[in-house]
Design a protein around this ligand. Structure first.
Ligand SMILES: [Zn+2]
Ligand SMILES: [Zn+2]
Length: 344
């Protein structure tokens, strides 16, 4: 089969690789119909996340089940399925509490030995362990390129918004309008937010957020704190989402949140940062963090994709073939695309 492999920082290649085989009763093999290129793939591309040369990358995929082990009963050969970005064992202490994102045996597709040596999904075929948890049937009427958002980007956005169950009339600010931020705007509207304030510096992204029902606010040409005050009777928002992963965004989220509000840091942090704990403490903020429990949220997310409450289709700016992956990574690296979908 053909597959996209990491070679060296700045270099990915389409290689011929052996077809995967079932290894465990819980495994399935999926013939990939569409896969996504994600911001976290760029970390690998740049060498910031180090993986072995020759490892297959990619963790967002939709396809058809072509083989299952004896222990797989939630999907069957021939089913059109969506996969989550990682797998969970379903048996450990954390899985018993549905904290699948913190599974003691969790593995992430396409991230090399550090995250469980699970070959990636930017390939013609992918081996899927624990298929009963990590695969779901795609509802009729949901396209491949929409469904693949459920396994990572929309699942992450949904998780960010679910960090504070919104009461009637509650408001949300989303800082950073990349794919996750734009999906968070939709997830906030779908969760019943009375007002969603979307902050970024890129005009196209602000425009798209407006199309999703948000009030767009330019980070530097407008005054986000003033705009949020004006829209919330001077209080601040009930939930502020940092979808950037930068200390400035987290600080602004803490300023935009109301007293006793919630701040969610969904953007990725790997280093110590300075946070004004005095502001957090005196405002009695709740801070929620971490990557998303996508396996837990995948059913409600698919349901909302099927009935149209969530619709990430406008985020797909590029459709390319698997063979064009090297070019696709360069386009994504130049930030010319919001979401690139690869088809075999
Ligand atoms: Zn992703
Ligand atoms: Zn587990």
């Amino acid at each position: 089969m053909r597959a996209v492999t990491f070679q060296a920082p700045g270099e990915v290649r389409v290689d011929e690789k052996p077809d995967p085989e079932l290894l465990d009763p819980g495994d399935a093999i999926v013939r990939v119909g569409a896969s996504g290129i994600c911001g976290s793939d760029l970390h690998i591309f740049h060498g910031r996340v180090q993986i072995e040369p020759g490892f297959i990358i990619g963790h967002e995929y939709v396809g058809e089940v072509v083989a299952v082990g004896d222990g797989v009963d939630r999907v069957a050969v021939g089913d059109r399925v969506l996969g989550t970005y990682g797998t969970a064992c379903g048996e450990c202490w954390f899985c018993a509490r549905e904290e699948f994102h913190k599974c003691d045996n969790g593995r992430v597709f396409g991230h090399g030995a550090t995250l469980g040596s699970l070959q990636g999904a930017q390939a013609e075929l992918v081996l899927v362990p624990h298929a009963n948890l990590s695969l779901r049937g795609v509802p009729d009427g949901v396209s491949d390129e929409v469904a693949l958002f459920a396994g990572d980007v929309m699942g992450t956005a949904y998780h960010a918004i679910a960090s504070r169950p919104l009461a009637d009339g509650e408001t949300v600010a989303v800082l950073g309008l990349g794919p996750v931020g734009l999906c968070a705007v939709q997830a906030a509207k779908a969760a019943g937010a009375a007002e969603v304030i979307a902050v970024d510096t890129v005009a196209d992204r602000l425009e798209m957020a407006k199309g999703f029902g948000a009030t767009p606010v330019h980070l530097t040409e407008q005054n986000p704190r003033g705009e949020v005050k004006a829209l919330t009777d001077g209080r601040g928002v009930d939930l502020a989402v940092d979808a950037v992963g930068h200390p400035d965004a987290l600080d602004l989220a803490c300023r935009l949140a109301r007293k006793a509000g919630t701040v969610n840091a969904t953007g990725v942090y790997a280093e110590p940062i300075e946070l004004h704990m005095g502001v957090v403490w005196i405002k009695a903020l709740t801070i929620t963090t971490g990557h998303a429990n996508v396996i837990k949220h995948v059913d409600p997310v698919l349901e909302r994709l099927a009935d149209g409450r969530l619709d990430p289709a406008p985020l797909v700016t590029h459709r390319m073939t698997l063979d064009e992956a090297p070019e696709a990574y360069e386009i994504y690296d130049r930030r010319e695309a919001l979401k690139i979908v690869l088809t075999p």
